[in-house]
Design a protein around this ligand. Sequence first.
Ligand SMILES: Cc1cc2nc3c(=O)[nH]c(=O)nc-3n(C[C@H](O)[C@H](O)[C@H](O)COP(=O)(O)OP(=O)(O)OC[C@H]3O[C@@H](n4cnc5c(N)ncnc54)[C@H](O)[C@@H]3O)c2cc1C
Length: 649
Amino acid sequence: MSSKKRFKSWLVFTVCLALAVSVLSGCQSAGNSRESGPSSAPEQSSFKAGTYTGEAEGKDGTVKVEVTMEEPDQIKDIQIVSQTETEGLGDAALEKIKEQILQNQTLAVDAVSGASKSSEAMLTAVEKAVQQAGGDLTALKSGGVAKAGEGKTEKLQADVVVVGAGASGVSAAVTAADKGAKVIIVEKTGVIGGASNLSWAGKFYNSSAAVENGIKVNVEQEIADWIANNHWRVDAAAIRQYVTKSGETYDWLKSKGYVTTFLNFAGEQLHVLPAYDTREQTLRKMLAASVEKNGGQVITETTAKELMTDASGAVVGVKAAKADGTTLEISAKSVVMATGGYAGNKEMVKEAFGFEGVNGGLGQNIGEGLKMSWAVGAKVPDNFGGQMLHQTLARATSGLKKEYSSFEASYPLMLSYLPTLMNVGPSGARFRDEAATLTSVAAANTSAFNGPYHLVIVSKAQLDALEAKGMNGVKAPGLPGMPPEFYADFSDKFKLDTPWTNVEQVFESMVKNGGGYKGDTIEKLAQNAGMDAEVFKEAFDNYTVATKTGVDTDFGKAKQYLVPMGEGPYYAIIAEINNLGSVGGLLVNPKFQVLGEGRVPIKGLYAVGLESEGVLFNDTYVGNGVGIGYSFTSGRLGGESAAAGALGK
Ligand SMILES: Cc1cc2nc3c(=O)[nH]c(=O)nc-3n(C[C@H](O)[C@H](O)[C@H](O)COP(=O)(O)OP(=O)(O)OC[C@H]3O[C@@H](n4cnc5c(N)ncnc54)[C@H](O)[C@@H]3O)c2cc1C
């Protein structure tokens, strides 16, 4: 039965049931067309035509819809009244789900790859609206949209196949094509650019722009420090290649129209990416000018599932599934894995690294590329598990944004970046010198090592001081070191001496919404926050002594950050760490060939970007801008190697 028919049957069944009870008038069979029933029936049934509102939480806020239900049996229209989903991905998914519901008259619609939360929110919001029209949703949600391509196989041929169209995949596809290869790039979602579309800046060492701006890194020193800081458990050749070749990537990107802007970031050579809304188009143009111009293809909404191998074990292509269910078999001499890791796979991250915080990376990156590669013999690196823990979040922020201005809603967030407050782990024990909050990577990793979240303790006396004097009131040594996009919409107020308004109300709302806890006493706070009362009391007492004596015997926090807490009640802000991506999973040599068990290259298989980034870091990601810098650089160089391998050059 088609979905449309199923929906009709559901309505007919509902109408029949209502009629049987109320007017004892018969419907012959639930399978008969709705037209056979009395035209006035819906007035007496539980189904009522009209326009209904439904809402549900998406990835970045509430999705609100208006659904028009019309006689005889139709979801006539869906209007998206408001939403704040990610531009180009989440909002596109809402539209796509809407179209599919309307076209097929079913709620059994597949989530859009890479936007599952947005898709689910849309489905739930519509479901809630339809529910108000009355009736049993079971029929409407059963089955699914039949896929036109199911059972069909399409065969394609290329010199190089690139899997994944993030920064690394696009770069690889472009350079491979520029070397003369026929390239097919396959992307799971409808979006080109992956996580680069969400990023801020990249590090391209000693780029022409950096040098023009008078900043030059001592390359040998940088490489030596990098290796030592990672306890020598890294690939020295890979680090040297990135540090010495990434500067060229800046010029290469510029020559392709992807222009970054140099920024001296406290001595670090960062390059701010182009305006957010221009990036995807620029990457698409790069693909058109190289890949498509050279006879290749860009295939989106297609998920690679399996690598094809020949009798010798060499990789000779990829099998993928198109959105319509068609199986695509693409044979090629080189396959470049650029699938961006597994941060979207919570279980995999927990097993590999023990991390239980928030996934701020792409939801569609669930480890498929790694699993495919491991299945053909790729070695799991000894240091497998590293993550890109780079940001601290306050659980309260999104809820507060519904009630307060961005500035006010960000109070808990800002406090979680200040070294002058007390931080404890879930048990109530202090776990670090809070000055770690001054460096994002140190802040994130010290927290993650101590549990799924930490608590930032703030007293009512401190809230009063914030209201009177802004962050100067709690002796903040500088502005919270959060990423610029976190304060972009209140940058005018993002100052140490801006008095905070509505402070107590905001913190009361935080507690009410589940983003934190409150206790009139320390004991009560421990109880409400699920901490061990004894552990927290001891930590609190020790911290109080440290603020009085100016000596922190537990963690050695500097005297200027030891600020007395003052009178309660006390609040505990729930702070969580945002994982921007997993790091590594495939070992590569400097040609980006994937290594097998004996550390010998697997013929035909290459990896770039996050999938190969474990060669740079021992256990976890360190470094501003390396994610972007390495993805573009490894892609650029890996694409050239893959083309050379395929073309025998
Ligand atoms: C919010 C955020 C902010 C960041 N900010 C910065 C920053 O300022 N500076 C910095 O250096 N780094 C930053 N990073 C990290 C940086 O963006 C990444 O390291 C980098 O973009 C990764 O590139 P990639 O090509 O390896 O992977 P991705 O960009 O993740 O691309 C992988 C692509 O593969 C696709 N894919 C996955 N599975 C399949 C499959 N089975 N078949 C086909 N396609 C598949 C995905 O849909 C995706 O498009 C940030 C990351 C995030 C999430």
